[in-house]
Design a protein around this ligand. Structure first.
Ligand code: SER
Length: 608
């Protein structure tokens, strides 16, 4: 079974039950400020579950891309993913429990559809609490459904676990309640279906095994939610005007079960991605003692590609910061595999190839995705090795805990998200003062808000005069390249030492000698014109409207500095720069070479 086959089968089945197919929504919620990402198939449907009429009617079905990062530390086990696809079907005040449960069972077990053995299916229902009753209705429906398949199904006892005819297990709100997707909204009790993998239960997970046991024998495959409440800001549950059904099943898990694989990473869905990581690292997935690094890289990059395809760039805020965490975490695990070079674009390309047909936005935004991914990779790749050494230094002083200041130092100086520092510390059995980190972080945030100068202290390691000159020359160079080669040229990386500048840019042909001469001439002309260099602080949006070049996820997305060199060049940049171009001296290109697919690299110097 492939992901593609399963998508098609699912939609076809529910279309045959008179459901309309709705296209996947953008991963960034349009109408829900309480959540960063769409986390389920129902999420974009919240207004309709609350009672607004949907243009396509009362029965809907979809395959929705989802991102969940609450379980990010569990990614690498058999089933957890940050990005996944969710198959779902909905009744907006139309059918209810009976149809929902019967259709779930039919799709899972009928030979025409998935053909799973019904003997291997177990289910859970809501046990009720102080205010709500046990879901007897679902129990009765399940008994009948199983009876029709020749199976006697009784309600089981969690203390006794799986035995005899016990097949329906009630659980409390922690397990059998779903929603809301954000902080408020539609929610309700659910019934979940589990598949018995046949794996042997181990006593260390508890005496009796049951569908929600952690031993791994059962995998949850489908969730039918009976959405009857609207959770309000104060936490109260207000009954909805209509009774809805919201179901969801994870595509990757389903493929894993159907193909009897050990984990979602062993399915067709991940095969090409993992193969690419094998090629890059020279390490075979099957031969790894711990499969976590390869799995984490595969998951995180797949998620990053999808998030960027939906318009998010790496940054320190909101969606951008989650994206940044995923990318940086993937880099950190790539080091464990011995990958030292830039590798992300190659893996991302595989994701785009694999999934581009089902999700054309990946293909449409391919260039932006690859460029931004590479930019972000380059930024962190520069600091991670030094940062890791610094981390070792910090913990070598026989310390049992990293202070908030130290964790913040790693964040500020080397770009280590707190989570990475925590993971590194955990591996060494050291604690991190998370609250202290938060304090430092908040302190810094308010300082940077009050002191504009500090805030824009720029991104260069060495602010000596020569690097400042080279930095200004880099801006002139970028504009000159665009003038002479075309507007497809943009920055794909930049590195400045006291001796030279190095500039990577998008362009797929070697420069001719003549082009090089012309580029040098333009830059030197602008030096001669002695153009003033100045900056303005503005919003990123305003900067872009004014036509400023900006190719990096900005560190301070809210307010950015836009540097202008006369009327010639305008770029979002942290600075610093010279005041007048005549101080640059003579500009000379020393070398021009390839820098990966579709990219060139220029080394240039300034002489007196
Ligand atoms: N909202 C439920 C879930 O995400 C069912 O779609 O599991």
């Amino acid at each position: 079974m492939t992901g593609k086959e399963l998508r098609e089968k699912y939609l076809k089945f529910f279309a045959s039950k008179e459901h309309q197919i709705i296209p996947p929504a953008n991963l960034v919620p349009e109408n829900d400020p309480t959540a960063l990402f769409i986390n389920s198939g129902m999420h974009p449907l919240v207004p309709y579950l609350l009672g607004q009429p949907h243009p396509l009617g009362k029965r809907l079905t979809s395959v929705q891309k989802c991102v969940r990062t609450d379980d990010i530390n569990e990614v690498g086990d058999a089933v957890h993913l940050t990005f996944f696809e969710m198959l779902g079907n909905w009744s907006l005040g139309d059918y209810f429990k009976k149809e929902a449960i019967n259709w779930s069972f039919e799709f899972l077990t009928d030979k025409k559809w998935l053909g799973l053995d019904p003997q291997r299916l177990y289910v859970s229902v809501f046990a009720g609490d102080e205010t709500l009753p046990l879901d007897k209705e679902s129990i009765a429906i399940w008994k009948e459904v199983f009876a029709n398949a020749g199976i006697t199904a009784e309600v089981g006892d969690l203390q006794k676990g799986i035995e005899g005819t016990a097949r329906i297990f009630p659980y409390d709100k922690k397990k059998n309640w779903w929603g809301p997707a954000g902080k408020t909204g539609p929610c309700g009790p659910d019934t979940e279906m589990f598949y018995d993998t046949g794996k042997k239960h181990e006593e260390k997970f508890g005496k009796a095994c049951h569908p929600n046991c952690e031993c791994g024998r059962f995998v949850e495959i489908w969730n039918d939610v009976f959405m009857q409440f609207d959770k309000k800001v104060d936490g109260t549950l207000e009954p909805l005007k209509q009774k809805n059904v919201d179901t969801g099943l994870g595509l990757e898990r389903e493929v894993m079960i159907l193909d009897r694989k050990e984990s979602v990473f062993d399915t067709e869905v991940f095969a090409n991605i993992i193969h690419q990581i094998e090629i890059i690292s020279g390490k075979l997935y099957a031969e790894q003692n711990s499969k976590r690094p390869i799995r984490i890289i595969a998951d995180h990059l797949r998620a990053a590609v999808f998030i960027m395809a939906d318009g998010v760039l790496p940054s320190n805020k909101e969606q951008g910061s989650i994206l940044r965490r995923l990318i940086r975490r993937a880099i950190r695990f790539s080091r464990q595999l011995g990958i030292e070079e830039m590798f992300m674009a190659e893996v991302a390309d595989v994701v785009i190839n694999d999934m581009g047909q089902a999700y054309p936005e990946l293909v449409k935004n391919q260039e932006t995705i690859l460029n931004n991914l590479t930019n972000e990779e380059e930024k962190f790749a520069k600091t991670i090795s030094v940062g890791l050494k610094e981390f070792e230094k910090l913990i070598s002083k026989n310390t049992r805990e990293l202070t908030g200041e130290q964790a913040f130092y790693l964040y500020e100086t080397f770009g280590f998200p707190l989570e990475i520092t925590e993971e590194l510390a955990y591996e060494k059995n050291i604690k991190v003062d998370v609250n202290g980190f938060q304090e430092e972080f908040n302190k810094h945030q308010s300082e940077s808000r009050s002191g504009a100068e500090k805030k824009f202290s720029g991104g260069l390691a060495d602010h000596s005069e020569q690097t400042t000159r080279l930095h200004t020359a880099t801006h002139l160079l970028q504009q000159a390249l665009r003038d002479i080669l075309g507007d497809h040229v943009h920055q794909a990386g930049s590195n400045i030492t006291a001796e030279r500048l190095r500039f990577d840019f998008t362009h797929d042909k070697k420069l001719t000698a003549e082009e090089i001469v012309r580029i040098e001439a333009v830059v030197n002309q602008k030096v001669k014109e002695n153009l003033p260099v100045s900056f303005k602080v503005t919003s990123l949006k305003e900067a872009l409207t004014q036509g400023a070049l900006a190719f990096f996820g900005e560190r301070y997305a809210e307010k950015v500095k836009v540097y202008s060199i006369g009327n010639y060049s305008k770029e979002v940049c942290g600075g610093p720069h010279v005041d007048f171009t005549s101080t640059l001296g003579n500009f000379k290109i020393k070398k021009e070479e390839a820098a990966g697919a579709g990219k060139r690299r220029i080394y240039a110097i300034l002489t007196a």
